[in-house]
Design a protein around this ligand. Structure first.
Ligand SMILES: Nc1ncnc2c1ncn2[C@@H]1O[C@H](COP(=O)(O)OP(=O)(O)OP(=O)(O)O)[C@@H](O)[C@H]1O
Ligand SMILES: [Mg+2]
Length: 573
């Protein structure tokens, strides 16, 4: 019924909860006074002792009470809103910060679609928990207690009976809670699974259409939607049923209390005033808890979502390094082994060196572990065995922020943000127009954008109005603009035509005279001029040397090179 952790984690929401309960309590007191005035009026009417002045005084008092009640209830809504906004803001910020702490590999732990659903819908459900349910829970204890003390003043037996019946409502809530918890966990799983499939299928709709499997996927999604509908209906049935149970308890309890009061009046152990007051107030004992019951299901939904949110917030963040590095650094992989999953080694005892201002090539068949080496250097994953030294310091001891200032990682799948070309190239608006055109020229995009709107050319989300090659070239231009000490190019020219690729390679070679460059590629011709080429084979470093050395050794590199040349000749014929 009550999640201590949620309240502990949200200290900012507590003052609003307290103020809300206090205002509700004042409204209850106004209600009690109002009922007392009704009883007073009724008794005097009944006994024919009423005067005009009396009626006017009572009506004015009632009006004042109603105004005060309306004002405090308005305050309740106001505090409820403030509490909810604090909770939403704090939780969303914490989830966001956690994802940042987890770093680029947060997807290893949590799916993006689940993250989006929990941050939007899940946190909205928690808003109800904090702004309605928790204040109502405290009020539901305070209100019957206040009413008990006041009614006991007239007839303690009726007061005790009403007070005893009140806990029957929370007991019925607790009984359904066990069942509700399981059902709501199912509901959330079904909801996030459906959201996940929906996002994936929508993003991959073109691919599905090409493979004519959109119909099949539709059927699968229909099934998932049907499961979700069923579990939603079960949740609704459970909610309606439990509300009916609470109604029976509330009306039954109020009836019993009223009956006892009337009985005592008949036996002249209670005045008419007292009996009337108890009858009018008896249902008031149950209203707060009945209201709590109707918030309960939304709150349970919020708690189910919060369990998932806390699972994300509790994810262990790998140890952050704090050492700083300077711009002149070497990289050394020393008997390095790594695996993403248990018992599936990806890198096996790899040792290689990258000296400052060297032009290094890493080649090998697909899946041989080239990108994994780049990701380990970038610090996306922690290696299990061996060492990765950067300027004599373990990679994981180096502060990531500081590392990123010195390194540029360019992949084949660039992130292009929606906005103008200028915004995309120069996020912090720190370069002059000439500098931007200079890099665009280097990657052969100057003419293309000049024909359009120049630096104001609008790029759609993900660069969807650019070709694959244009996106890669734009990504290269952005990388060249940032003055880094180490550039890692991972298949960064894979979509670019041969002619442009040669020109871009020249730019990269020029870059390697003043910077360190690691060039990962399948295309062996592009690494011919490297100072050293490392050849990966099934997670092991099989060969290393210059192009000439490797070619003359007659090993894997030689075979791969010859094969590629044969294919090129064949392609030209
Ligand atoms: N996040 C991951 N989780 C589990 N396994 C992974 C993950 N990323 C890569 N792998 C596995 O690690 C192996 C090496 O992948 P890697 O991306 O390093 O290869 P690569 O040499 O860069 O290949 P390519 O030339 O195709 O880009 C592959 O067998 C792949 O299945
Ligand atoms: Mg790769």
């Amino acid at each position: 019924m009550f999640d201590k952790r949620l309240l502990k984690e949200m200290p900012n929401a507590r003052p609003y909860i307290f103020k809300q309960v206090f205002c509700q309590w004042i409204a209850l007191l106004m209600n009690i006074l109002f009922t007392l005035l009704i009883c007073f009026l009724f008794i005097h009417l009944y006994e024919n002792q009423i005067t005009m002045q009396m009626i006017i005084n009572v009506l004015i008092s009632m009006l004042i009470l109603l105004v005060i009640r309306a004002l405090v209830l308005k305050k309740v809504t106001h505090y409820s809103y403030l509490g909810a906004s604090v909770v939403k803001k704090t939780l969303r910020q914490r989830v966001f910060e956690k994802v940042l702490d987890l770093g680029n590999h947060y997807q290893d732990y949590v799916r993006t679609s689940e993250l989006v659903q929990l941050s939007v819908e899940g946190i909205n459900q928690l808003e109800t928990y904090f702004s309605l349910y928790v204040p109502q829970l405290f009020y539901s204890v305070l209100a019957p207690l206040t009413l008990f003390i006041i009614t006991a003043f007239w007839d303690w037996k009726s007061a005790v009976l009403l007070f005893i019946c009140v806990p029957l409502i929370p007991i019925s809530i607790v009984l359904v809670q066990k069942f509700a918890k399981r059902l709501l966990a199912k509901y959330w799983n079904s909801y996030t699974t459906l959201g996940d499939s929906f996002l994936e299928n929508l993003q991959g709709l073109t691919t599905l259409k090409i493979y004519q499997s959109d119909g099949y996927k539709q059927q699968q999604m229909n099934q998932e939607a049907e499961n979700f509908r069923r579990v939603t209906m079960r949740v609704l049935i459970m909610q309606l049923n439990s509300i009916s149970v609470m109604d029976i308890v509330a009306y039954g309890g109020a009836g019993l209390g009223s009956f006892l009061a009337i009985f005592h009046y008949q036996h002249q152990t209670l005045s008419l005033f007292g009996a009337l007051f108890i009858v009018l107030m008896s249902f008031e004992f149950f209203i707060p808890l009945r209201q709590l019951g109707s918030f309960f299901h939304i709150a349970m939904n919020g708690i189910a979502a919060s369990e998932k949110i806390f699972k994300i917030l509790d994810l262990p963040v790998e140890k952050q390094g704090h050492l700083k590095m300077d711009s002149h650094f070497d990289i050394c992989l020393d008997h390095l082994s790594f695996q993403y999953e248990e018992d599936r080694p990806i890198l096996k005892d790899v040792s290689l060196k990258v000296q400052p201002h060297q032009f290094i090539g890493i080649v090998g068949e697909s899946g041989s572990g080239k990108s994994t080496i780049a990701k380990l250097i970038m610090g996306y994953h922690h290696y299990q065995q061996g060492n990765l030294w950067i300027q004599g310091k373990q990679r994981y001891d180096i502060d990531d922020q500081n590392f990123m200032e010195h390194v540029m990682y360019v992949t084949h799948d660039p992130m292009i943000f929606k906005g103008t070309l200028r915004d995309c190239l120069d996020i912090f608006h720190q370069y002059r127009d000439e500098e931007l055109w200079q890099v665009l020229k280097k990657v052969h995009l100057d003419l293309f954008f000049q024909e359009q709107d120049g630096l104001k050319t609008f790029l759609l989300e993900g660069g969807s109005n650019l070709s694959g090659g244009q996106k890669q070239r734009l990504n290269l231009a952005r990388a060249l603009l940032k003055n880094s000490d180490l550039y890692i190019f991972d298949e960064a020219t894979s979509n670019i035509d041969v002619e442009s690729e040669e020109q871009i390679l020249k730019v990269i070679q020029e870059l390697s005279k003043t910077k360190t460059v690691i060039f990962i590629t399948h295309h062996l011709k592009t690494v011919k001029d490297c100072d050293c080429i490392y050849v990966m084979d099934k997670g092991c470093l099989s060969e290393s040397g210059t192009h000439v050395e490797l070619f003359n050794t007659g090993g894997i590199y030689h075979k791969m090179y010859q094969k590629q040349q044969e294919l090129e000749v064949y392609g030209c014929e």
